[in-house]
Design a protein around this ligand. Structure first.
Ligand code: ATP
Ligand code: MG
Length: 570
């Protein structure tokens, strides 16, 4: 094994660790927590996971793997109003798809509701918590500012007996939602706003997806997270930077329960923010609910299920996350980096095939009618042993409309009158004429072919400037393709606080094209998850709505980043 799996050994390799790994390494080396390493990934089941969560997952599970520890999956299910088992199931699937597993360590914050309640009772008895009858608006108004102290609640000095009685009755359901809260009695003048008597419990009467109607009070994040970590034996509680100011409160509540032997430690890294998309679950939910996209797994969504449906691979996502790394300051990452990782991975994996998106017919007038032959195509020159497949060739073929110009500019190396091109894997053809309809649209192109120019024949090495993809008209199979572009046409929609994010949606983010012609091999081999490279066009994968009589392909990504080219030219 590598030295990294033995971090306490003197020879342990320290190089190449990110700052979180370095902390973990040092803690293990110092023998903290008896040399144990246990992390957790704590999603709230109130939406589907997105690529930002993937960054957290890669950290939480990755560091545990790297140093021989374990990682818990803990559903942070403290708000029954927004949570649902649909999300729980989806979260499990997405973590597995990314390549991580939590074994039997699946936990729920709701498992700890009894213990948290007991702790609240104890804190009340010790004079460290009180029931406040004020509205949330009144409480917010007394919060103060970072430079001015807050104001104490008129209910702050209630007797222990009254607090116990009220809190118990809150939980029995005697009061309405919002009527009362339980607050920690800490310091309304603290420099840290989170210490100004934070709310521990609120009344919620919506049944919980796991505990039903057992509870009428639910703990706040700050009163649940650190203790949940402690109850589970989590040693390193890794989260994102917005929790830095919460850390003292995390430690404060942990101090109330921890003994000498062990304590969890919160460490923060920067969130993933990606250009041309949004990462807020609230906004993603709105897109779904309002029908602005076709569900959580719409291939334009930054959700993990959306990326999967679009044809992204877990390896590409993980490579991208490794590339951007983990830091202690917020940044915006270019989606081009993610797209680069996707192309890089698919280049190695995708089967090369022919598909014509916008077909025009070519008739090869000197090729005998009714005659066909097959040409051999490499499945993937980037992958040894990926083999070859046969593709039919005949008198009538389809090429892309864009690959022909009647009056081409100089340096147009594709098909034009009297100009020669090679049909990939087959013959050289020369354009001898065009047919048009009454409106002047080209309906058919006539060519002749050079019978000596096929691979293996004497004229095979004759140089021509252009090579086109094509499919045999007699054998082509119709398909639908869905061409996706960026969901937003603004680089950082979250930064445009003056505008509604819906206004910034890219109206051309989905283009559905029917009448696409694919070679028979595509129809024969297309299954859920198959990765194709439509040569000269891009990477495509069958959609789950695709079936034999109606093939549908999602475009994962174009071959080259046209957006980048545009940006460079500008
Ligand atoms: P909410 O706004 O509902 O709290 P959230 O995106 O924080 O949404 P959680 O389910 O609480 O969702 O997140 C689970 C974990 O994923 C947390 O540890 C959180 O820090 C991490 N996480 C969430 N968004 C990102 C992101 N963009 N980049 C990295 N980590 C993230
Ligand atoms: Mg959160």
């Amino acid at each position: 094994m590598t030295t990294e799996s033995n971090p306490t050994g003197e020879s342990a390799e320290k190089k190449g660790l990110n700052f979180v790994e370095q902390i973990v390494y040092d803690d293990l080396k110092a023998g903290k927590n008896g040399g144990r390493l246990n992390t957790r990934f704590p999603p709230e089941p109130n939406g589907y996971l997105h690529i930002g969560h993937a960054k957290a997952i890669c950290m939480d599970f990755g560091v545990a793997e790297k140093f021989g520890g374990t990682c818990n999956l803990r559903f942070d299910d403290t708000n029954p109003v927004k949570e649902d088992t649909e999300y729980v199931d989806a979260i499990r699937d997405d973590i597995h798809w990314l390549g991580f597993d939590w074994g039997d360590r699946e936990y729920y914050a709701s498992d700890y509701f009894p213990k948290l309640y007991d702790l609240a009772i104890r804190l009340i008895k010790e004079g460290k918590a009180y029931v406040d009858d004020q509205t949330s608006e009144q409480i917010a108004a007394q919060k103060g500012t970072p430079t001015t102290p807050g104001q104490e609640s008129p209910y702050r000095n209630r007797s222990v007996e009254e607090n116990l009685d009220l809190f118990e009755r809150m939980n029995k359901g005697e009061f309405d939602e919002g009527a009362r809260v339980l607050r920690a009695k800490i310091d309304m003048a603290s420099d840290n706003m989170h210490f100004r008597d934070p709310i521990m419990y609120r009344i919620i009467k919506t049944p919980h997806h796991r505990t039903g109607t057992t509870w009428n009070v639910y703990p706040m994040y700050d009163f649940a997270h650190g203790q949940s970590d402690y109850f589970e034996g989590v040693t390193h509680s890794i989260c994102t930077l917005e929790f830095v100011p919460h850390r003292p409160l995390y430690d404060y509540f942990v101090d109330e329960i921890a003994d000498e032997s062990y304590r969890p430690r919160q460490i923060e890294f920067n969130r993933l923010n990606l250009t041309y998309t949004v990462m807020s679950k609230r906004k993603l939910l709105a897109l779904v609910k309002e029908g602005l996209v076709n569900g959580w797994d719409d291939p334009r969504m930054p959700t993990i299920c959306g990326l999967r449906r679009r044809g992204y691979t877990p390896e590409a996502v993980r490579n991208f996350i490794e590339t951007i790394g983990y830091t202690k300051y917020e940044a915006l990452n270019s989606v081009s980096l993610l797209e680069h990782a996707v192309r890089d991975d698919l280049n190695k994996k995708a089967t090369r095939v022919m598909a014509v998106i916008n077909p025009v017919k070519v008739v090869i007038t000197n090729y005998p009618e009714g005659q066909f032959e097959t040409v051999t195509m490499e499945n993937n020159p980037e992958q040894e042993g990926s083999g070859v497949h046969e593709m039919p060739f005949g008198r009538e073929i389809y090429i892309e409309r864009e690959d022909f110009m009647e009056n081409p500019p100089k340096k147009f190396f594709r098909l034009a009158p009297d100009q020669e091109v090679r049909l990939k894997g087959a013959y050289i053809v020369k354009c001898t004429g065009v047919h048009k309809d009454a409106d002047g649209n080209i309906t058919e192109i006539e060519c002749t072919y050079d019978p000596e120019s096929r691979s293996g024949l004497p004229g095979a090495n004759r140089k021509v400037k252009g090579t086109l993809h094509w499919v045999s008209a007699a054998h082509a199979i119709d398909a639908e393709v869905r061409l996706y572009d960026r969901l937003f046409n603004v680089e950082n929609p979250a930064a445009e606080t003056e505008r509604d994010f819906r206004e910034m949606l890219n109206p051309d983010s989905l283009k559905v094209v029917t009448g696409v012609k694919v070679e028979p091999f595509v129809a024969k081999t297309a299954k859920q998850g198959t990765k194709f490279q439509f040569q000269r066009i891009g990477y495509f994968t069958p959609d789950y709505q695709s079936y034999a009589n109606h093939l549908i392909f999602n475009r994962t990504i174009q071959l080259k980043d046209t957006w980048e080219k545009v940006a460079k030219k500008a």
